[in-house]
Write a protein that binds this ligand. Sequence first.
Ligand SMILES: N[C@@H](CCC(=O)N[C@@H](CS)C(=O)NCC(=O)O)C(=O)O
Length: 229
Amino acid sequence: MSLILHSHPLASYCWKVLIALYEKDIPFETRMVNLGDPAARAAFEALWPTAKIPLLEDDGRVVPETSIMIEYIDQIRPGPSRLLPGTPQEQLEVRLWDRVFDSYVMEPMQRFVAQHLRPEGARDARELDNTRRALVSAYALIEAKIGERTWAAGETFTLADCAAAPSLFYAATIEPFAAGQTRLAAYFARLMARPSVARTIAEARPFFQYYPLRHALPTQYRPEDDNAG
Ligand SMILES: N[C@@H](CCC(=O)N[C@@H](CS)C(=O)NCC(=O)O)C(=O)O
């Protein structure tokens, strides 16, 4: 086993897999991908045509798509605890919450941030509004359905929590949680305190200066220049 993660420190889907790798305490090598460089993009596309980051390689075997990467990691390193635990029925709950965070939090969050990578005059106001509303709906769903669980799918930290941490971290810079969303806020606080998540965010911190919504980051993560002002 020799794992290579093609990645970028600011990319939310890369965080999802980094969190899983840190949960498993598994050795891996990181290769920074610069999708803005045409030659680097072409070489990366040759590995897997979507050219999305991250991409995992294990001794030359290419493993695309973050949820599959995490299932793969869980199979090759079942300890110390499973990221897809339980019976096939229980695993459906984990996969459901992984899909909820990817489809209804990560996706609108990324579309909103993509608008902010454009010059101000070139932003699509309707897209900004739609993606913000999508986040409001997703927060309401999570608040209503998470119940008394410690983690998204139960009492064990799973694949679903790997998806939740980066998606909610960046989403909260766009749309803060509503005052009454106490379960969502408490779940988010547990995620941020998880060592694998805290480590991933700490490693990304030097790059936060390039995040277009950096002013909305929680104070402790804001680039130092921004805190001064
Ligand atoms: N469904 C993919 C989504 C990955 C994804 O969207 N990655 C983003 C970075 S967080 C990306 O590659 N964006 C660059 C692009 O779309 O060109 C997965 O789960 O692996």
